[in-house]
Write a protein that binds this ligand. Structure first.
Ligand code: ADP
Ligand code: MG
Length: 390
Protein backbone atom coordinates (compact mmCIF):
# COMPACT_ATOMS: atom_id res chain seq x y z
CA UNK A 1 0.00 0.00 0.00
CA UNK A 2 1.39 3.38 -1.02
CA UNK A 3 1.42 6.39 1.29
CA UNK A 4 -0.87 9.35 0.68
CA UNK A 5 1.59 12.13 0.13
CA UNK A 6 1.24 15.72 1.31
CA UNK A 7 -1.13 17.91 -0.33
CA UNK A 8 -3.73 15.07 -0.40
CA UNK A 9 -6.93 15.66 1.55
CA UNK A 10 -7.33 13.90 4.90
CA UNK A 11 -10.72 13.77 6.62
CA UNK A 12 -11.65 13.74 10.28
CA UNK A 13 -15.05 12.80 11.66
CA UNK A 14 -15.55 15.01 14.69
CA UNK A 15 -14.34 18.56 15.10
CA UNK A 16 -13.58 19.06 18.79
CA UNK A 17 -10.13 19.82 20.21
CA UNK A 18 -8.84 16.39 19.18
CA UNK A 19 -9.89 17.10 15.61
CA UNK A 20 -8.30 20.53 15.81
CA UNK A 21 -4.91 19.08 16.79
CA UNK A 22 -5.24 16.39 14.13
CA UNK A 23 -5.88 19.17 11.59
CA UNK A 24 -2.90 21.22 12.76
CA UNK A 25 -0.59 18.20 12.63
CA UNK A 26 -1.84 17.30 9.14
CA UNK A 27 -1.45 20.87 7.94
CA UNK A 28 2.09 21.06 9.37
CA UNK A 29 2.92 18.10 7.15
CA UNK A 30 1.38 19.83 4.13
CA UNK A 31 -1.99 18.03 3.96
CA UNK A 32 -5.37 19.63 3.45
CA UNK A 33 -8.05 18.75 6.00
CA UNK A 34 -11.78 18.23 5.75
CA UNK A 35 -13.75 18.20 9.05
CA UNK A 36 -17.28 16.85 9.45
CA UNK A 37 -19.04 17.94 12.64
CA UNK A 38 -22.56 19.14 13.52
CA UNK A 39 -21.36 21.95 15.83
CA UNK A 40 -21.12 25.48 14.46
CA UNK A 41 -18.54 26.33 17.15
CA UNK A 42 -16.32 23.38 16.15
CA UNK A 43 -12.67 24.05 17.17
CA UNK A 44 -11.41 21.98 14.21
CA UNK A 45 -13.97 23.39 11.79
CA UNK A 46 -12.49 26.84 12.36
CA UNK A 47 -9.09 25.86 11.00
CA UNK A 48 -9.84 23.15 8.42
CA UNK A 49 -9.57 23.93 4.70
CA UNK A 50 -13.05 22.46 4.35
CA UNK A 51 -15.58 22.33 7.20
CA UNK A 52 -18.73 20.37 6.46
CA UNK A 53 -21.15 21.29 9.19
CA UNK A 54 -23.61 18.42 9.33
CA UNK A 55 -24.83 15.44 11.26
CA UNK A 56 -22.70 12.27 11.08
CA UNK A 57 -25.55 10.49 9.26
CA UNK A 58 -26.29 13.25 6.72
CA UNK A 59 -26.03 11.49 3.35
CA UNK A 60 -25.30 14.57 1.24
CA UNK A 61 -22.61 15.73 3.66
CA UNK A 62 -21.02 12.27 3.82
CA UNK A 63 -20.98 12.10 0.02
CA UNK A 64 -19.09 15.41 -0.13
CA UNK A 65 -16.73 14.21 2.62
CA UNK A 66 -16.04 10.95 0.74
CA UNK A 67 -15.47 12.81 -2.53
CA UNK A 68 -13.02 15.23 -0.89
CA UNK A 69 -10.84 12.86 1.19
CA UNK A 70 -8.51 10.03 0.21
CA UNK A 71 -8.36 8.88 3.83
CA UNK A 72 -10.36 9.48 7.00
CA UNK A 73 -10.05 8.97 10.73
CA UNK A 74 -12.27 9.72 13.69
CA UNK A 75 -11.89 11.75 16.84
CA UNK A 76 -15.48 11.39 18.05
CA UNK A 77 -15.80 8.14 19.94
CA UNK A 78 -19.45 7.60 19.10
CA UNK A 79 -19.28 8.11 15.36
CA UNK A 80 -21.71 5.52 13.93
CA UNK A 81 -19.69 2.45 12.94
CA UNK A 82 -21.71 2.01 9.74
CA UNK A 83 -20.45 5.41 8.53
CA UNK A 84 -16.89 4.06 8.61
CA UNK A 85 -17.97 0.99 6.60
CA UNK A 86 -19.77 3.19 4.08
CA UNK A 87 -16.67 5.36 3.60
CA UNK A 88 -14.61 2.25 2.83
CA UNK A 89 -17.19 1.30 0.17
CA UNK A 90 -16.58 4.74 -1.37
CA UNK A 91 -12.86 3.90 -1.64
CA UNK A 92 -11.81 6.12 1.24
CA UNK A 93 -8.98 4.62 3.32
CA UNK A 94 -10.28 4.48 6.90
CA UNK A 95 -8.22 4.01 10.07
CA UNK A 96 -9.29 2.81 12.57
CA UNK A 97 -12.00 0.64 10.98
CA UNK A 98 -15.42 -0.05 12.46
CA UNK A 99 -14.73 -3.29 14.38
CA UNK A 100 -12.34 -1.89 16.99
CA UNK A 101 -14.32 1.36 17.14
CA UNK A 102 -17.54 -0.58 17.88
CA UNK A 103 -15.78 -2.55 20.61
CA UNK A 104 -14.65 0.67 22.29
CA UNK A 105 -18.19 2.10 21.97
CA UNK A 106 -19.73 -0.70 24.01
CA UNK A 107 -18.46 -1.41 27.52
CA UNK A 108 -19.68 -5.02 27.42
CA UNK A 109 -17.81 -5.80 24.21
CA UNK A 110 -14.84 -3.83 25.51
CA UNK A 111 -14.62 -5.72 28.82
CA UNK A 112 -15.03 -9.06 27.04
CA UNK A 113 -12.27 -8.16 24.62
CA UNK A 114 -9.96 -6.93 27.40
CA UNK A 115 -10.56 -10.01 29.55
CA UNK A 116 -9.73 -12.19 26.56
CA UNK A 117 -6.50 -10.23 26.12
CA UNK A 118 -5.62 -10.88 29.76
CA UNK A 119 -4.62 -14.44 28.75
CA UNK A 120 -1.75 -12.83 26.84
CA UNK A 121 -1.11 -9.69 28.87
CA UNK A 122 -1.63 -11.14 32.35
CA UNK A 123 -3.59 -7.99 33.28
CA UNK A 124 -7.22 -8.55 34.34
CA UNK A 125 -10.24 -6.25 34.20
CA UNK A 126 -12.19 -5.40 37.37
CA UNK A 127 -14.73 -8.16 38.14
CA UNK A 128 -17.92 -7.28 36.23
CA UNK A 129 -21.30 -8.57 35.15
CA UNK A 130 -23.92 -7.47 32.64
CA UNK A 131 -27.25 -5.99 33.75
CA UNK A 132 -30.19 -5.99 31.33
CA UNK A 133 -33.19 -6.70 33.60
CA UNK A 134 -34.52 -6.27 37.15
CA UNK A 135 -33.91 -10.00 37.55
CA UNK A 136 -30.22 -9.43 36.82
CA UNK A 137 -30.19 -6.79 39.57
CA UNK A 138 -31.35 -9.39 42.10
CA UNK A 139 -28.82 -12.08 41.20
CA UNK A 140 -25.55 -10.37 42.00
CA UNK A 141 -23.23 -11.96 44.53
CA UNK A 142 -22.66 -9.82 47.64
CA UNK A 143 -18.89 -9.71 47.15
CA UNK A 144 -19.37 -7.47 44.07
CA UNK A 145 -20.22 -4.54 46.36
CA UNK A 146 -19.46 -1.68 46.65
CA UNK A 147 -19.81 -1.47 42.88
CA UNK A 148 -20.08 0.98 39.99
CA UNK A 149 -22.95 0.70 37.53
CA UNK A 150 -22.02 2.01 34.06
CA UNK A 151 -24.21 2.29 30.96
CA UNK A 152 -22.67 0.20 28.20
CA UNK A 153 -23.05 3.04 25.69
CA UNK A 154 -22.36 6.77 25.49
CA UNK A 155 -20.65 7.21 28.87
CA UNK A 156 -17.65 9.54 29.17
CA UNK A 157 -15.93 11.67 31.82
CA UNK A 158 -17.73 9.64 34.50
CA UNK A 159 -21.18 10.34 33.02
CA UNK A 160 -23.67 7.46 32.89
CA UNK A 161 -22.25 5.95 36.09
CA UNK A 162 -23.52 5.36 39.62
CA UNK A 163 -21.72 4.10 42.69
CA UNK A 164 -23.68 1.45 44.56
CA UNK A 165 -22.92 0.61 48.16
CA UNK A 166 -25.05 -2.48 48.64
CA UNK A 167 -27.16 -4.99 46.68
CA UNK A 168 -30.47 -3.35 47.69
CA UNK A 169 -29.53 -0.09 45.93
CA UNK A 170 -28.85 -1.67 42.57
CA UNK A 171 -32.35 -1.81 41.13
CA UNK A 172 -33.06 1.87 41.84
CA UNK A 173 -29.74 2.91 40.36
CA UNK A 174 -30.46 0.90 37.21
CA UNK A 175 -33.86 2.67 36.94
CA UNK A 176 -32.11 6.03 37.38
CA UNK A 177 -29.81 5.18 34.46
CA UNK A 178 -32.89 4.55 32.30
CA UNK A 179 -32.99 0.71 32.40
CA UNK A 180 -30.55 0.54 29.50
CA UNK A 181 -27.94 -2.20 29.24
CA UNK A 182 -25.29 -1.63 31.89
CA UNK A 183 -22.27 -3.31 33.34
CA UNK A 184 -21.77 -3.58 37.06
CA UNK A 185 -18.13 -3.44 38.13
CA UNK A 186 -16.69 -4.14 41.53
CA UNK A 187 -15.45 -0.83 42.94
CA UNK A 188 -11.74 -1.33 43.49
CA UNK A 189 -9.53 0.52 45.92
CA UNK A 190 -7.34 2.45 43.48
CA UNK A 191 -3.90 3.66 44.49
CA UNK A 192 -3.62 5.65 41.25
CA UNK A 193 -4.55 5.65 37.55
CA UNK A 194 -2.38 5.59 34.44
CA UNK A 195 -2.84 5.47 30.68
CA UNK A 196 -0.75 4.44 27.71
CA UNK A 197 -1.07 5.80 24.20
CA UNK A 198 0.03 3.60 21.35
CA UNK A 199 0.02 3.82 17.56
CA UNK A 200 0.07 1.07 14.96
CA UNK A 201 0.66 1.46 11.25
CA UNK A 202 -1.01 -0.51 8.43
CA UNK A 203 2.14 -2.65 8.18
CA UNK A 204 2.17 -3.58 11.88
CA UNK A 205 4.78 -1.11 13.12
CA UNK A 206 3.94 -0.22 16.74
CA UNK A 207 5.15 2.84 18.68
CA UNK A 208 4.17 3.66 22.24
CA UNK A 209 4.42 6.84 24.32
CA UNK A 210 5.63 6.79 27.94
CA UNK A 211 2.90 5.99 30.49
CA UNK A 212 1.05 8.98 32.01
CA UNK A 213 -0.22 9.09 35.59
CA UNK A 214 -3.65 10.70 35.70
CA UNK A 215 -5.60 12.52 38.38
CA UNK A 216 -9.33 13.06 37.89
CA UNK A 217 -11.74 15.50 39.52
CA UNK A 218 -15.48 14.89 39.33
CA UNK A 219 -14.81 12.20 36.72
CA UNK A 220 -12.89 14.61 34.45
CA UNK A 221 -9.15 14.43 33.85
CA UNK A 222 -7.43 17.10 35.93
CA UNK A 223 -3.68 16.39 35.66
CA UNK A 224 -1.43 14.05 33.70
CA UNK A 225 2.14 13.53 34.86
CA UNK A 226 4.89 11.97 32.74
CA UNK A 227 6.97 10.00 33.62
CA UNK A 228 4.37 8.46 35.95
CA UNK A 229 5.87 9.17 39.40
CA UNK A 230 4.20 6.31 41.32
CA UNK A 231 4.79 3.57 38.77
CA UNK A 232 7.71 1.17 39.24
CA UNK A 233 9.97 0.39 36.31
CA UNK A 234 8.62 -3.16 36.08
CA UNK A 235 5.00 -1.96 36.19
CA UNK A 236 5.70 0.52 33.41
CA UNK A 237 7.27 -2.23 31.32
CA UNK A 238 4.31 -4.53 31.91
CA UNK A 239 1.85 -1.80 30.86
CA UNK A 240 3.81 -0.91 27.72
CA UNK A 241 3.96 -4.58 26.66
CA UNK A 242 0.26 -5.18 27.45
CA UNK A 243 -0.78 -2.09 25.49
CA UNK A 244 1.19 -3.22 22.45
CA UNK A 245 -0.45 -6.64 22.69
CA UNK A 246 -3.90 -5.02 22.93
CA UNK A 247 -3.44 -2.89 19.80
CA UNK A 248 -2.23 -5.91 17.83
CA UNK A 249 -5.04 -8.15 19.11
CA UNK A 250 -7.53 -5.48 17.99
CA UNK A 251 -5.83 -5.42 14.58
CA UNK A 252 -6.05 -1.67 15.03
CA UNK A 253 -4.52 0.96 12.75
CA UNK A 254 -4.31 4.42 14.27
CA UNK A 255 -3.81 5.90 17.74
CA UNK A 256 -5.33 4.12 20.74
CA UNK A 257 -5.40 4.91 24.45
CA UNK A 258 -5.60 2.20 27.12
CA UNK A 259 -6.49 3.16 30.71
CA UNK A 260 -5.22 1.19 33.69
CA UNK A 261 -5.77 1.18 37.45
CA UNK A 262 -3.03 0.41 39.96
CA UNK A 263 -4.26 -1.07 43.25
CA UNK A 264 -2.71 -0.63 46.69
CA UNK A 265 -0.91 -3.99 46.52
CA UNK A 266 0.59 -3.15 43.12
CA UNK A 267 -1.91 -5.19 41.06
CA UNK A 268 -2.52 -3.76 37.58
CA UNK A 269 -6.08 -3.66 36.21
CA UNK A 270 -7.02 -2.72 32.65
CA UNK A 271 -10.05 -0.40 32.57
CA UNK A 272 -11.01 0.80 29.10
CA UNK A 273 -9.80 1.80 25.65
CA UNK A 274 -10.40 4.92 23.56
CA UNK A 275 -10.11 4.54 19.77
CA UNK A 276 -8.41 7.90 19.19
CA UNK A 277 -5.85 10.27 20.68
CA UNK A 278 -6.66 11.00 24.32
CA UNK A 279 -6.69 13.93 26.73
CA UNK A 280 -3.97 12.20 28.77
CA UNK A 281 -1.73 12.42 25.68
CA UNK A 282 -2.01 16.18 25.19
CA UNK A 283 1.37 16.59 26.87
CA UNK A 284 2.95 15.00 23.76
CA UNK A 285 2.24 18.24 21.85
CA UNK A 286 5.21 19.77 23.69
CA UNK A 287 6.99 16.98 25.55
CA UNK A 288 7.58 14.27 22.96
CA UNK A 289 9.52 14.09 19.73
CA UNK A 290 6.29 13.27 17.87
CA UNK A 291 2.84 14.25 19.18
CA UNK A 292 -0.03 11.77 19.40
CA UNK A 293 -1.76 13.80 16.67
CA UNK A 294 1.15 13.71 14.24
CA UNK A 295 1.22 9.97 14.92
CA UNK A 296 -2.49 9.77 14.01
CA UNK A 297 -1.78 11.61 10.73
CA UNK A 298 1.13 9.28 9.96
CA UNK A 299 -1.01 6.16 10.55
CA UNK A 300 -3.75 7.56 8.33
CA UNK A 301 -1.38 8.61 5.53
CA UNK A 302 0.37 5.19 5.69
CA UNK A 303 3.69 6.82 6.60
CA UNK A 304 6.31 5.45 9.01
CA UNK A 305 5.57 6.21 12.67
CA UNK A 306 7.43 8.97 14.49
CA UNK A 307 9.79 8.57 17.44
CA UNK A 308 7.88 8.74 20.74
CA UNK A 309 10.71 9.65 23.14
CA UNK A 310 9.95 12.04 25.99
CA UNK A 311 12.14 15.13 25.62
CA UNK A 312 11.32 16.60 29.04
CA UNK A 313 9.31 15.64 32.12
CA UNK A 314 5.88 17.23 31.91
CA UNK A 315 2.73 17.97 33.88
CA UNK A 316 -0.44 18.67 31.90
CA UNK A 317 -3.14 20.72 33.62
CA UNK A 318 -6.62 20.69 32.07
CA UNK A 319 -8.47 24.01 31.87
CA UNK A 320 -12.24 23.78 32.33
CA UNK A 321 -14.78 26.53 31.68
CA UNK A 322 -15.11 27.02 35.47
CA UNK A 323 -12.13 29.40 35.53
CA UNK A 324 -14.02 31.89 33.34
CA UNK A 325 -16.50 32.47 36.19
CA UNK A 326 -15.97 34.34 39.46
CA UNK A 327 -17.57 33.55 42.84
CA UNK A 328 -20.72 35.43 41.79
CA UNK A 329 -20.97 33.43 38.57
CA UNK A 330 -19.97 36.47 36.51
CA UNK A 331 -17.92 35.90 33.37
CA UNK A 332 -14.25 36.92 33.77
CA UNK A 333 -11.10 36.66 31.63
CA UNK A 334 -8.50 34.38 33.23
CA UNK A 335 -5.14 36.10 33.81
CA UNK A 336 -3.25 34.55 30.92
CA UNK A 337 -0.46 37.12 31.15
CA UNK A 338 0.34 35.94 34.67
CA UNK A 339 0.14 32.29 33.63
CA UNK A 340 2.47 32.94 30.71
CA UNK A 341 5.00 34.58 33.00
CA UNK A 342 5.72 31.05 34.28
CA UNK A 343 8.66 30.07 32.04
CA UNK A 344 7.78 26.36 31.91
CA UNK A 345 4.16 26.94 30.78
CA UNK A 346 2.96 26.10 27.28
CA UNK A 347 -0.64 27.32 27.03
CA UNK A 348 -3.14 25.69 24.66
CA UNK A 349 -6.67 27.05 24.20
CA UNK A 350 -9.11 25.36 21.85
CA UNK A 351 -10.82 28.47 20.47
CA UNK A 352 -14.25 27.57 21.91
CA UNK A 353 -16.44 30.65 22.01
CA UNK A 354 -18.55 29.82 25.02
CA UNK A 355 -17.02 28.82 28.35
CA UNK A 356 -19.29 26.51 30.37
CA UNK A 357 -18.80 24.82 33.72
CA UNK A 358 -16.91 21.50 33.29
CA UNK A 359 -16.34 22.17 29.57
CA UNK A 360 -12.79 21.43 28.39
CA UNK A 361 -11.49 24.78 27.09
CA UNK A 362 -7.74 24.15 26.95
CA UNK A 363 -4.74 22.83 28.85
CA UNK A 364 -1.27 23.91 29.93
CA UNK A 365 1.83 21.75 29.62
CA UNK A 366 4.56 22.49 32.16
CA UNK A 367 7.96 21.26 30.98
CA UNK A 368 10.76 21.11 33.51
CA UNK A 369 13.96 19.36 34.54
CA UNK A 370 11.94 17.12 36.82
CA UNK A 371 8.36 16.35 37.83
CA UNK A 372 8.60 18.18 41.17
CA UNK A 373 9.49 21.44 39.48
CA UNK A 374 6.81 20.99 36.77
CA UNK A 375 4.28 20.20 39.49
CA UNK A 376 5.13 23.29 41.54
CA UNK A 377 4.67 25.45 38.43
CA UNK A 378 1.31 23.76 37.78
CA UNK A 379 0.31 24.54 41.37
CA UNK A 380 1.28 28.18 40.88
CA UNK A 381 -0.86 28.36 37.71
CA UNK A 382 -3.77 26.79 39.59
CA UNK A 383 -3.49 29.55 42.20
CA UNK A 384 -3.46 32.24 39.49
CA UNK A 385 -6.47 30.71 37.76
CA UNK A 386 -8.43 30.02 40.95
CA UNK A 387 -8.42 26.25 40.48
CA UNK A 388 -8.92 24.69 43.94
CA UNK A 389 -5.98 22.72 45.35
CA UNK A 390 -8.05 19.65 46.24
P1 ADP B 1 -15.25 7.03 31.50
O1 ADP B 1 -15.63 6.45 30.17
O2 ADP B 1 -16.27 7.99 32.03
O3 ADP B 1 -13.84 7.55 31.53
P2 ADP B 1 -14.28 5.01 33.37
O4 ADP B 1 -14.61 3.56 33.34
O5 ADP B 1 -12.89 5.37 33.00
O6 ADP B 1 -15.36 5.78 32.48
O7 ADP B 1 -14.59 5.57 34.82
C1 ADP B 1 -14.31 6.90 35.21
C2 ADP B 1 -13.51 6.92 36.51
O8 ADP B 1 -14.23 6.24 37.55
C3 ADP B 1 -12.18 6.18 36.42
O9 ADP B 1 -11.18 7.03 35.88
C4 ADP B 1 -11.94 5.81 37.87
O10 ADP B 1 -11.46 6.92 38.61
C5 ADP B 1 -13.33 5.49 38.38
N1 ADP B 1 -13.64 4.05 38.24
C6 ADP B 1 -14.15 3.44 37.16
N2 ADP B 1 -14.28 2.12 37.33
C7 ADP B 1 -13.83 1.86 38.58
C8 ADP B 1 -13.73 0.67 39.38
N3 ADP B 1 -14.10 -0.52 38.91
N4 ADP B 1 -13.22 0.79 40.64
C9 ADP B 1 -12.85 2.01 41.13
N5 ADP B 1 -12.93 3.15 40.42
C10 ADP B 1 -13.42 3.10 39.17
MG1 MG C 1 -12.06 6.53 31.52
Amino acid sequence: MNPFFPSSWLGILGGGQLGRYFSQAAQDLGYSVCVLDPDEDSPAGKIAQNFIRADYLDKVALAEFAKTCVAASTEFENVPAKVLDWLIEQNVYVAPVSRPVSIAQNRTAEKEFLSNCSKKTGIQTAPYCIITSTQDCKNIAGDMFPAILKTTRLGYDGKGQKTIKEPNDLENAWFDLGQVECILEKKLDLAFEVSAIVARSFDNEVAIFPVAQNKHRNGILHLSIVPAPSLSESQEKEILEATKTIIRELDYVGVLCVEYFVLGDGTLIVNEIAPRPHNSGHHTLDSCFTSQFEQQVRTLARLPLGKTDLIQPVVMLNLLGDIWFDDNNQLIQPEWDKVLSIPSAKLHLYGKTEPKLARKMGHINFLAENIESAMSDATLAMEILGIPKE
